[in-house]
Write a protein that binds this ligand. Structure first.
Ligand SMILES: [Zn+2]
Length: 378
């Protein structure tokens, strides 16, 4: 139920807001006969209104897959929710714990329930709202920071302070940063969370540390389990049709590493290979696997390739370069695949990626956003 401090057409009268020594708005017992000393309520009459939720088919759209530990954590939360048990997720900052809650939110939405994500800090509410819009494309999501309304929302994202406006409302509350300021050690905010949760509602708390006493089953996500960050490419803008000189290649090519240079066409690959006197790998070669094998094992440090080698190869101490990244053949997905080629082994987790381009393009921003997002998830 949403608590209103003013009568509206379809609201019901709940009574005076300070009753039997307790404030009905924030549930504080720190009251006088006509004033709540915690939320400032001055015995105003209060009304309630039921928020309507329309049954519809909600979908989850993820353009990446969960890591192994994330999948386990996701199952842990969903199973607890299905069994009506509270749960606690402990995960280091940037480990992708938000993504782990999506399946549980989806399940709740599709049962016509009312889920909420509560975040103690205002700055994150809007950021998460932007992220979730594309994750739940058929869901009406609203965020509450004191200025917005919850009308017709299926899923709410809110600061904890805004929960003062609800009572017995939510079937599921996901509370992020449960261990941090200002939520931790704040009885007022804790009361707001528990009063806005339905009597049989479930709360999933998430935190980065173990400061707080935990009274629910806990799942811990360990960063080391996932590996290392993806390296952000280094972007170089070059003049149209400028050919990088052998000297510039040598500069990039450090002594103990190998480099694959990706180009947009077979023609360019052959031309460049001839000029630099190295092998090239294109769909014209029938023996690409032999070329790769010899590149791996011999002293050759440089190989030219078309996007034929975009995926599926793992070479130690490898750097990658995209020679003409402005070309349409290098979509942002292709560039991401090429970035994923480097730093694949435990003893060489950080390879370098160089991207040479003529014109700025939105696809480069998509690449950067993706890498940042993945690194936050790791
Ligand atoms: Zn109060």
């Amino acid at each position: 139920m949403k608590i209103l401090k003013r009568k509206t057409t379809n609201s019901v009268y709940l009574g005076e807001s300070i009753k039997d020594g307790m404030c009905l708005i924030c549930e504080s017992k720190n009251v006088t006969s006509n004033k709540c000393l915690e939320c400032g309520n001055t015995q105003i009459p209060v009304y309630g209104i039921q928020r309507k939720v329309i049954n519809k088919n909600h979908i989850l759209k993820l353009n990446f897959s969960l890591s192994c530990a994330q999948r386990q954590a996701s199952n842990f939360l969903l199973n607890h929710y299905k069994n009506r048990k509270n749960a606690y997720l402990k995960a280091v900052c940037g480990s992708g714990k938000t993504e782990v809650t999506y399946e549980t939110i989806l399940y709740s939405l599709n049962r016509g329930e009312k889920p909420l994500i509560a975040i103690p800090r205002k700055e994150i509410v809007q950021e998460l709202f932007q992220r979730l819009k594309s994750t739940f494309p058929s869901t009406i999501i609203k965020f509450l920071d004191g200025k917005n309304h919850d009308d017709e929302a299926d899923l709410l994202i809110s600061t904890v302070h805004q929960l003062i406006n609800y009572k017995d409302e939510f079937d599921l509350i996901i509370l992020d940063e449960a261990d941090a300021f200002p939520y931790a050690n704040n009885d007022y905010l804790k009361r707001l969370v528990s009063k806005s949760l339905k009597k049989d509602g479930i709360i999933i708390k998430m935190s980065a540390t173990e400061k707080e006493y935990v009274d629910a089953d806990t799942f811990t996500m360990n960063r080391r389990y996932h590996g290392y960050n993806l390296k952000m490419p280094i972007f170089y803008k070059m003049k149209p049709s400028k050919i990088i000189s052998s000297n510039e290649f040598k500069e990039i090519l450090s002594s103990n590493r190998k480099l694959i240079i990706y180009v947009s066409s077979i023609n360019k690959a052959e031309r460049l290979a001839e000029e630099l006197n190295v092998n090239c790998c294109t769909s014209k070669n029938k023996n690409t696997s032999d070329i790769i094998k010899s590149f791996k094992s011999n002293k050759d440090k440089l190989l030219i390739s078309t996007t034929i080698l975009e995926r599926g190869i793992t070479i130690k101490n490898l750097d990658s370069m995209i020679y003409d990244a402005s070309d349409r053949i290098f979509s942002h997905q292709t560039i991401i695949q090429i970035c994923g080629r480097v730093g694949r082994s435990y003893d060489d987790p950080y390879g370098n990626i160089y991207i040479f381009y003529e014109k700025n393009s939105i696809k480069f921003n998509l690449v950067k956003d993706y890498i940042n997002r993945m690194n936050r998830m790791l």
